[in-house]
Write a protein that binds this ligand. Structure first.
Ligand SMILES: [Zn+2]
Ligand SMILES: [Zn+2]
Length: 334
């Protein structure tokens, strides 16, 4: 499924199966989850995608073959995950400091390189992710971004015992389960009047769920904002206790309106989470191996990618949409 320009429907195309280059794996895609970031790319909120582009950065698949210079981390037949961080330069000051999420010259899967809305894709072996066996392919797909970026956001929230989550979609429903398993009290803030979303949040162990237009029943130590709505930043600040932090977990957000300084006073902070590192991925997958995370998914055929994106755009999904290629590959390939 190929994007040729912002605001246009994805085109179904048949291409030759790619040949893995140096350090690359050829992966047969089993499932690819649909992320809010895909929507920002398709809608043109994020500029300069590598057109024509195959979107998708929450990919689960099986290794078919390996290119030159690979180290055998994932032999043929192994299950592997591909995430947003496709490759980094390894040389800039951020990479050198262990902050490869901020790399000056990173390649992002499904944005500046082709991703997983496809039957096959190429994955840099060094950035491939091992996925715990307890999850099926489609169930595992949302872990690759909603889980990973959500987890980085949770780590940035520190040891907050009272945690608010604004926007209860794919990332939130995973992070909430991890936070509850860690013994935190989780407060879910949804669109006002979204009774289904609030019931969903409570079913996952949130102690409270309500509209984002008012503060919760007690002050928060931290709030994570997943919804791409700038007005939620001051709303979340106003729900914080002194010393608390608002973590903005999305790559794109509408403008943040002005707000009185008293909302920031008391050493409250506001921060963003950008991308992820390989160590984030390893730490999250360790947690996902220990905690039984129930991912709520709705599967679509790969050719229905536009329908899945439209449902996400309209807020019609609970949890995550997952694309599953149904057609088998050409003869001769498993
Ligand atoms: Zn770098
Ligand atoms: Zn994502």
């Amino acid at each position: 499924m190929v994007l040729h320009g912002p605001g246009r429907p994805l085109a179904v195309e048949t291409r030759p199966i790619p040949v893995p280059g140096p350090r690359q794996l050829l992966v047969k895609v089993a499932a690819c989850a649909v992320c809010l970031t895909d929507l920002h790319i398709v809608d043109g909120d994020l500029e300069h995608p590598a057109l024509p582009l195959v979107p998708g950065h929450e990919v689960v698949g099986r290794v078919q073959s390996a290119g030159p210079g690979t180290e055998g981390r994932f032999p043929a037949g192994d299950r592997v995950g591909a995430a947003w961080l496709g490759r980094t330069c390894g040389q800039c000051r951020f990479c050198a400091a262990g902050r490869e999420n901020l790399c000056d010259d990173a390649v992002f899967t499904g944005y500046t390189a082709d991703g997983g809305y496809a039957g096959y894709m190429l994955v840099d072996e060094r950035f491939a992710v091992r996925i715990p066996d307890r999850y099926g392919d489609a169930e595992a797909a949302p872990l690759l971004c909603a889980g990973l970026i959500g987890y980085r956001s949770l780590v940035m929230a520190g040891d907050a015992g009272r945690l608010g989550i604004y926007g209860f979609g794919a990332a939130a429903h995973i992070v909430a389960q991890v936070a509850v398993a860690e013994g935190r009290r989780v407060y879910a803030f949804t669109r006002p009047g979204d009774a289904d979303g609030q019931a969903f949040a409570r079913s996952l162990g949130c102690v409270w769920a309500g509209g984002s237009d008012r503060p919760g029943p007690e002050p928060l130590d931290a709030a994570i904002v997943f919804a791409p709505v700038g007005a939620l930043a001051p709303a979340a600040l106003s729900a914080l206790d002194k010393g608390g932090i608002v973590v903005c977990g999305g790559i794109h957000m509408s403008d943040i309106p002005t707000f009185p300084y008293r909302l920031l006073w008391g050493e409250r902070r506001i921060a963003s989470v950008a991308n992820l590192t390989r160590s984030d991925a390893a730490a999250f997958m360790d947690a996902a191996a220990r905690i039984d995370i129930r991912t709520s998914i709705e599967c679509f055929d790969l050719a229905e990618a536009d329908t899945a994106l439209e449902n996400l755009r309209r807020g019609r999904l609970q949890g995550a949409a997952v694309l599953v290629p149904r057609r088998s590959g050409p003869p001769g390939l498993p």
